[in-house]
Design a protein around this ligand. Structure first.
Ligand code: PLP
Length: 406
């Protein structure tokens, strides 16, 4: 039998942009015994997580929790509100936006895929003005939904959701607004209600610090109303029965009890740190990481500084260097996993995750591992990236300390 040693000395550095490392507190919470999912204790757990998760999405409306990966919640969002043959406007920002579009095709929808030409589209954010223009031209309101990915995990670009909301409003178009926050929730500022999002899709294994296995639809009253007349087939994904059952803290079927323990713990951790502080920490780590990449003399994958991701940083390799060979050196030598280039970016870049249970020193160690690995792979760096990241991080925390003392 193949024997794999998953437990070398120290922690594995899981610096891919999801799944992100699961904190010990959450792993311990998951180890509580599985209970009767129809019993009274379960109802209390259900009500607690269903209520708590609303604070993370910043919504007063129902959040549906599925026992599925993020991809399942993508499908749920589409099939609850749309009908066969409906036109949906989607925006190409990278690999995940492309997969969601393929799913729409598979479900019998007609996606229109807007985007900047060529590789530009994969190095920039959603262009709200293009959406506005397209919606203005759609005078017959054939477009039923606008779908965007908030944080494009394949590239390291965080698009401006509020700007897309403004674009839809400026065009005076009634389309529903769907946002994938699978890798941005609990990392990046997000406001489901305030930004008028109709369905927010999210997942467990990125900012929420849980293992893979549950995912979410936050649902607006407008989306709920649309689901009454939408005719795409749905059964397991149907919101109605789940939301009805959720009112008392239960599900119509057996939910993922142990992941709900984990979710309860994660919500407590995030709200304990303060959602705004969690977001600020991600912003700080993203900036520190980019300073190191620039000092190395390497190119950041995202071309537009206005949409740099606080969740991960895509690092372009010099011409002729295979990014996957560099990742292999780092994995074998330093026990650290980095994200690979996906789709159009395969082999051309690697991705450094700095999300979830990640702090200043986690990032510094990650950057040290990258720097040593890049050198071992024979890439000549302009200079060390560590001093740039360190002085930024130290300066930042010093300032925070001074502010707190004032
Ligand atoms: C991870 C991810 C997905 C896919 O989620 P799974 O849990 O792998 O099904 C979709 N969209 C984005 C933006 C992601 O980061």
């Amino acid at each position: 039998m193949l024997k794999l040693d998953f437990h070398p000395a120290g922690r594995h550095f899981l610096q891919i942009p999801g799944p992100s490392p699961v904190p010990d507190r959450i792993l311990r919470a998951m180890s509580y015994p599985t209970i009767d999912h129809r019993g009274p204790e379960f109802g209390a757990l259900g009500r607690s997580v269903l209520d708590g998760i609303k604070k993370i999405f910043k919504t007063q409306h129902p959040v549906v929790i599925y026992g599925a990966s993020g991809t399942g919640a993508w499908e749920a969002a589409l099939c609850n509100i749309l009908s066969p043959g409906d036109t949906v406007l989607m925006f190409e920002t990278g690999h995940f936006a492309t997969l969601w579009k393929k799913m729409a095709e598979n479900l019998g929808l007609k996606p229109e895929f807007l985007g900047l030409p060529g590789i530009e589209g994969w190095r920039n954010g959603v262009q709200a003005h293009m959406i506005e223009e397209r919606l203005r031209a759609d005078t017959g309101h054939k477009i039923k939904a606008v779908c965007i990915v908030h944080n494009e995990t394949s590239t390291g670009v965080t698009s401006d959701v509020a700007a897309v909301r403004r674009a839809i409003d400026a065009a005076g178009h009634p389309a529903l607004f769907l946002v994938d926050t699978i890798s941005s929730l609990a990392c990046v500022d997000y406001r489901h209600d305030e930004w008028g999002v109709d369905v927010t899709v999210s997942g467990s294994q990125k900012g929420l610090m849980l293992p893979p296995g549950i995912s979410f639809n936050a649902v607006s009253p407008k989306a709920l109303a649309a689901s009454e007349s939408a005719t795409l087939p749905r059964s397991y994904w149907g919101w109605k029965e789940i939301i009805e059952s959720n009112k008392t803290g239960y599900w119509p079927y057996t939910p993922n009890t142990n992941l709900l323990y984990a979710l309860q713990e994660a919500i407590e951790m995030i709200l304990g740190e303060g959602l705004d502080n969690v977001v600020a920490r991600h912003v700080r780590l993203g900036e520190a990481c980019r300073r190191a990449v620039r000092a190395w003399g390497l190119e950041i994958q995202c071309l537009d500084p206005a949409v740099y991701s606080p969740v991960l940083t895509g690092v372009m390799m010099p011409d002729g260097v295979d990014a996957d060979a560099v990742r292999k050196v780092i994995y074998e030598r330093f026990n650290m996993s980095l994200g690979m280039g996906l789709g159009k970016m395969k082999g051309r870049m690697f991705r450094i995750g700095h999300l979830g249970d990640c702090n200043d020193l986690t990032l510094m160690a990650t950057l040290a591992g990258c720097e040593m690995g890049l050198q071992l792979a024979g890439i000549s760096l302009a200079e060390s990236g560590l001093p740039a990241a360190m002085s930024f991080i130290a300066g930042e925390s010093e300032l925070a300390g001074l502010r707190a003392a004032a």
